[in-house]
Design a protein. Structure first.
Length: 134
């Protein structure tokens, strides 16, 4: 709490999610309220995806690293979200600390396209090229 003349100020240094609240100031019969909304900082991508050139049947891994451990990363292929429910056995999703990996077990021509890793504070994209027999 800081006082400068008739003005009183409350400063919260290094705010956290637990500081998110309605604050009340009472001076004699007068009351005043203010609401503090604390948001988590956006999760950024610190290691970008790399393009991959492979052959049919090979295992492919796309890897990103993010700024916060435990953050969520959304994977997309050609604008369509990939997730455990829709991916079946075609894709696997691995999380190891800040590292997030999309694994394609056996690449096919149908896997050719643009892959995106999306976080609350950014995205990275890479192209997959697959050569070989149809």
């Amino acid at each position: 709490m800081e006082r400068v003349g008739t003005v009183r100020s409350l400063t919260i240094n290094k705010s956290s999610l637990s500081d998110d609240a309605i604050y009340e100031c009472v001076v004699e019969e007068e009351k005043s309220y203010t609401e503090l909304c604390v948001q988590e900082p956006p999760v950024t991508i610190t290691k970008l995806l790399d393009d991959v050139h492979t052959v049919v049947g090979e295992k492919v891994e796309f890897e990103v690293e993010v700024s916060e451990e435990g953050a969520s990363v959304k994977w997309m292929k050609d604008g369509e979200e990939l997730n455990r429910e829709t991916a079946g056995s075609k894709y696997r999703f691995k999380k190891d600390g800040k590292r997030h990996i999309l694994i394609i077990n056996e690449a096919t021509k149908e896997d050719i396209g643009m892959y995106h890793a999306v976080t609350s504070g950014g995205e990275s994209k890479a192209e997959l090229e697959v050569e070989g027999l149809l």
